[in-house]
Design a protein around this ligand. Structure first.
Ligand code: 9D3
Length: 262
């Protein structure tokens, strides 16, 4: 294990003090009003293995646990009018103070990121996943909801506002899963044999070429001959051509550059 953290956060507060004493490469906390959403998603594949190997610790927190009012209110009506409700700042500030010891982003350690997931964020790309995997040891993810979140959270707490793409989700929870998956698989020692080669050095900027396995003929559909013949130079040429063809038809923007590597 390369980088690891060992720290203890103790905060005087009315909330249960969450003491972080960890020997993992990365600590991820998720703040959400739907903690149940995450019950099983992190229990499979690379993320599960990374958790079991103490490469990453993932903790999910219910924003409602950080309310202090009788009705445990997490949202309220928007100033200025409009439909729907806005997530209130108090429980989110309380959660961050409980987890990090401060809600002032200027006092976070350099390797701490507080990510707000919102449609207004900067686009999440492989380069951003790498940046987080390399630069961060502590990532707090705040899941927004459809109606929005009080902007003061964004102004003082959040270090990175991120969107995962140009489509409308009902909340940040599915985006949080995407972020965690993309980041954790980049942590040193998280990738097993399954994915190792396909990763860094191979970043061609193109989509992948097509893959085939046995049988060589299935319901009349044949595997391209070049793959069966064992001429590795020819196979390489074929794969490059097919990758280019696939990229041209599905992702012209990648060929025109300035849209992140794959
Ligand atoms: C009516 C204007 N909408 C903004 C485009 C409001 C709105 C829609 C969806 C406000 C919040 C949401 C919930 N989405 C997320 O929280 C979200 C999201 C997304 O919808 N798309 C892509 N990435 C993300 S990250 C979080």
């Amino acid at each position: 294990m390369s980088a690891w953290s060992l720290r203890s956060v103790l905060v005087a507060s009315e909330f249960p003090v969450i003491e972080v004493v960890s020997a993992v490469a990365m600590n991820i906390d998720i703040l959400t009003i739907f903690p149940e959403f995450f019950r099983e998603v992190f229990d499979f594949g690379i993320i599960r293995r990374a958790r079991l190997a103490d490469i990453v610790a993932i903790n999910v927190h219910d924003i409602r646990e950080f309310t202090t009012d009788k009705h445990r209110m997490v949202d309220d009506r928007p100033f200025g009018g409009g439909d729907g409700m806005v997530l209130k700042p108090e429980p989110i500030f309380a959660a961050i103070e409980n987890l990090l010891g401060t809600s002032d982003r200027n006092k976070f350690t350099a390797r701490t990121k507080v990510v707000l997931l919102s449609p207004q964020g900067r686009p999440f790309k492989q380069a951003v996943a790498k940046e987080f995997a390399v630069d961060a040891e502590r990532i707090l993810i705040i899941c927004g909801r459809y109606e929005g979140i009080d902007e003061r959270v964004n102004e003082t707490l959040v270090t990175d506002e991120i969107s995962i793409g140009d489509y409308v989700l009902s909340g940040g929870e599915p985006a949080a899963v995407v972020l965690v998956d993309a980041i954790v698989r980049l942590l040193p020692e998280a990738l097993g044999s399954e994915t190792s080669a396909e990763n860094d050095s191979f970043s061609s900027g193109l989509l992948d070429y097509p893959h085939y396995t046995r049988p060589a003929e299935f319901r009349g559909m044949k595997v391209p001959n070049v793959l069966l013949e064992g001429n590795h130079a020819e196979i390489e040429k074929w794969r490059k051509a097919k990758a280019l063809e696939k990229t041209r038809s599905n992702r012209m923007d990648l060929l025109e550059g300035e849209n992140g590597e794959m």
